[in-house]
Design a protein around this ligand. Structure first.
Ligand SMILES: Nc1ncnc2c1ncn2[C@@H]1O[C@H](COP(=O)(O)OP(=O)(O)O)[C@@H](O)[C@H]1O
Ligand SMILES: [Mg+2]
Length: 246
């Protein structure tokens, strides 16, 4: 499978503190990847760099089959190029139904002119139902988003990103605050999403990462400390040192 995103030799400093230090990372077109690491390891900053929110001091970020540099693109251009990001806190429209939230996301995909004169077609409704099924909300389409549980809101927001058909989906700590059952369903949703796109999941919960059953990248002090299966990285001496202390 070909590489979708290649980050190489990226560094970024905040007031002299190197938050990302010569980081290199690659993900293929349809791959699920977990990124773990202690607080302050640089996980969120790593996502900020990919999405153009933070610009690195050095290094390259190459994306897509044409090998375009993301460093020259604005945040909105990067999103248009197919990189969707889910932040830790869900930002759904609480007063709107689940269906309308997904429709709003679909509209957004069509661009500013479509928003003015958007009449959802039968196809649009079908797509919204399909996505609702993927995120486990097919029986909740008419419910107000504000009435959903915390976990369901997180799924809805993932659905709002999926509607836009990103080629790369970045998800930062999706399981925080979820019940065990919700966590389990979230791993299913992310695994399913990664069958048709690349998905990077930052997560602390090791049980969650185990259920994702994918390659794991361990970040520490802004660099990759280890990479491989969860069993492989958790046997790595440097990883054990960082997680369990000396
Ligand atoms: N905008 C910023 N200004 C200053 N320091 C920052 C900024 N963003 C992140 N940092 C610092 O960079 C380091 C990495 O942060 P972060 O990427 O949020 O880590 P993680 O998500 O792995 O917990 C931390 O020490 C954090 O305090
Ligand atoms: Mg973070």
């Amino acid at each position: 499978m070909s590489t979708l995103l290649e980050v190489s030799g990226v560094s970024v400093s905040f007031d002299g503190f190197k938050a990302i230090n010569n980081l290199s990372f690659q993900i293929a077109e349809r791959e699920l990847r977990a990124v773990i690491g202690p607080n302050g390891a640089g996980k969120t900053t790593f996502m900020d760099i990919i999405t153009g929110k933070t610009r690195p001091d050095e290094g390259r970020v190459i994306y897509g089959d044409k090998g375009a540099s993301l460093l020259k693109l604005s945040e909105s251009r990067i999103a248009q190029a197919g990189i969707g990001r889910k932040f830790q806190r869900p930002t759904v429209f609480e007063d709107q139904s689940v269906r309308d939230n997904l429709m709003i996301a679909l509209k957004k995909k069509r661009g500013p002119f479509a928003v003015l004169a958007f009449r959802p077609s039968a196809e649009d409704h079908a797509r919204v139902r399909e996505i609702a099924g993927e995120i486990g909300l097919n029986t909740a389409l008419a419910r107000k988003a504000g009435e959903l549980s915390h976990g369901q809101k997180q799924w809805l927001e993932i659905g709002m990103l999926l509607v836009q058909e990103p080629k790369l989906l970045l998800v930062d700590e999706p399981a925080a605050g979820m019940t065990p059952a919700e966590r389990q369903q979230t791993t299913d949703i992310l695994r399913e999403a990664a069958r048709t796109r690349a998905v990077v999941v930052v997560e602390h919960d090791m049980e969650f990462v185990r259920r994702l059953d994918c390659k794991v990248t361990v970040l520490h002090e802004g660099s990759v400390l280890a990479e491989g299966s969860l069993d492989h990285v958790t046997q790595n001496e440097k990883v054990i040192e960082v997680y369990l202390g000396r």
